[in-house]
Design a protein around this ligand. Structure first.
Ligand code: 5GP
Length: 118
């Protein structure tokens, strides 16, 4: 059995969150420390630690995450102005929580995608 994660406890509601969406494959909730006016995390209900751990059988879940991101962006009123989807992976990606999650960020100009080395 896969160990529980912070996000699996949010998914099963044993930890509180500002949840905005849940279905059979994915859950979405607002980031506790938002970096933009809209900052929502979209996570697979199945515990997948990183993008590198995604299985071929997770394809439907990965597609669902994108569809839910599209719908939530529309609901948040940021679809027209634009937004950014980010999935961090492991150390160089600065992934903090070992449960795959996609950030949906918008509501302001987000600047350049990645800080460039000087
Ligand atoms: P990462 O750096 O792993 O891509 O992003 C982890 C995100 O999870 C961070 O943006 C952080 O603010 C958010 N986060 C960490 N702990 C909690 C929590 O307990 N609840 C919620 N809603 N978000 C959290």
């Amino acid at each position: 059995m896969t160990e529980e994660t912070l996000f699996s406890k949010i998914i099963d509601k044993s930890l509180p969150s500002d949840m905005v969406y849940q279905d059979d494959l994915v859950t979405a909730f607002r980031d506790i420390n938002p970096a933009a006016p809209t900052h929502i995390l979209i996570v697979p209900n199945r515990i997948i630690p990183t993008v590198d751990d995604v299985q071929d059988s997770d394809e439907a879940t990965m597609g669902r995450m994108l569809r839910v991101a599209r719908d939530l962006a529309r609901e948040e009123g940021i679809a027209e102005s634009g937004y950014r989807l980010i999935i961090n992976c492991r150390e160089h990606g600065r992934q903090e929580v070992p449960h795959l999650h996609m950030h949906l960020l918008g509501g302001r100009d987000l600047g350049f995608m990645v800080a460039r080395e000087k």
